[in-house]
Design a protein around this ligand. Sequence first.
Ligand SMILES: Cc1cc2nc3c(=O)[nH]c(=O)nc-3n(C[C@H](O)[C@H](O)[C@H](O)COP(=O)(O)O)c2cc1C
Length: 279
Amino acid sequence: MSGILFNRSRDVEGTVEFYTQNIGASVWLDQKQCIILQHGNLLFSFCRSEKIDAFGCITFFYHTKEEVDSMYEKLKDVATSEPQVNQQFNIYNFFAKDPEGRTIEFQVFNHRLRPFYLSDECLVLRRSVREFSNEPVSDQLLNEVFDLCRYSPTSKNTQAFYFIKSRDKKLIKNLAAQKERGATPLVRAPLILAVCTDPNKTIRPEEDACIAATYLMLAATQFGLGTCWIGGMNTKAVKDILSIPEGHYIACLTPIGFPQQIDITLPKRRAVAEFVKEI
Ligand SMILES: Cc1cc2nc3c(=O)[nH]c(=O)nc-3n(C[C@H](O)[C@H](O)[C@H](O)COP(=O)(O)O)c2cc1C
């Protein structure tokens, strides 16, 4: 479900140009009479009219303070205030005017939010997180993450994957010691998960478990939680510690928790042309 905010406008083209060129909105649907724009999960529209709707305030929000500052640098000429902390709402924001006099606001919330990512944002923003805050992760929130993992595809829909969860600090430390390097993120989170499959229930234990682990990491992102794929462990020792039957497959271990900080810088990625080959 979604919604659209419609505004009357005397200069649809000029207004649309302002929001697309300066603010990074894109045209979602051009109905000629009304042009509907998209900015993240916000759909808003300008419709041809003799009148202008300029009430309220259109607020664009970002993941970091740096992004708000960068918008301010771009929009200084039309800004009506400088970026500042607003204690009442625990935000950092500034205001500006669009070409028809509407109030627009740019802000970051200085506190945790309920999920609002679009699926494409979720794919782009999932990061391997290796430092976590002390904020507890409730079983209720984890269950919301696990609920999304139910939709992971599995061979013949056998759904043979399962997760083992532990908050036991001593056990987690022991697990992290089962790999010479690269497993320390496990001890920095409030809990860990192991993603496994039972090969007696699926003919594709590796694929089923790896896809479920990927779903887990994307679902966690959706709820603001960070994860990090930790592979290459001493499997026998990990199975002993977590009481996983010998023949079962372990795709990975992952810490899970709220990231210590949100980092929107993306690790380098290949261009599409480098990994798509038409034959
Ligand atoms: C199969 C696999 C094994 C990985 N093993 C580790 C690991 O042992 N320790 C670690 O810190 N990160 C590990 N990672 C995370 C990668 O380093 C990370 O995905 C990569 O650098 C890209 O960064 P991103 O996940 O933030 O996009 C692993 C990732 C995959 C897919």
